[in-house]
Design a protein around this ligand. Sequence first.
Ligand code: ADP
Ligand code: AMP
Length: 215
Amino acid sequence: MKLILLGPPGAGKGTQAKMLMDRFGIPQISTGDILRAAVKEGTPMGVKAKSHMDAGGLVPDEVVVGIVRERLQKSDCVKGFILDGFPRTLPQADALNESLVELGKDLDAVVSLEVDVEALVERLTGRRTCRDCGRGYHIKFDPPAVEGKCDVCAGVLFQRDDDQEETIRRRLDVYNDQTSPLVAYYRDADVLVVIDGMQEMKVVQDQILKSLQAD
Ligand code: ADP
Ligand code: AMP
């Protein structure tokens, strides 16, 4: 299964990607996660990316295109992959097409999750992530059993620096300007599946699986 999860920040891409990863035994490729790891390690790529990420802008296309091109060549992508947060611009989508042609792979679907702006802000301001295992939570919609502590590994939960309201609004503007044209792009390519992402996580999950005829 070769999928793209498309949607604004907070739409539930990471949440649904983890479910699909378990269901199909294929990796989640989150450019945001890869970039955050590079920033933490202080690699040259991380240093280059940090200012863009802190400001809520996009990291230059050539950087993320390079990350994904390399990642898709790894052996765990043979059965498929879930792209989460990539592509985010038309040049990135064109570059992905080129990589897929080179690799002899076709996309099965691009799942677009639709969520209202105010719901996105509420989701992102309440998002928490485990520092150790990366499991995502929400203080209201998916709280841990013990506040601040991961249910799975007891790791400490943290809030992302860019999940502050001002940066969130900037990221949503960037989505509207630069990423939302990809909905029409993939509709024209006849691979788009639109899902109402306002529904509960489990309902969204069932509808994605149904649309992939895999429930
Ligand atoms: P994205 O990867 O698209 O930025 P996430 O999957 O990280 O979004 O979800 C953002 C926040 O919203 C997380 O705290 C997550 O727990 C919560 N969330 C995800 N899906 C839903 C949903 N269907 N309803 C309510 N909250 C959700
Ligand atoms: P995310 O984890 O998907 O919310 O991404 C966090 C941040 O990483 C974004 O706000 C961007 O600064 C950067 N980023 C992630 N993916 C991309 C991408 N495909 N293109 C450009 N920047 C990206």
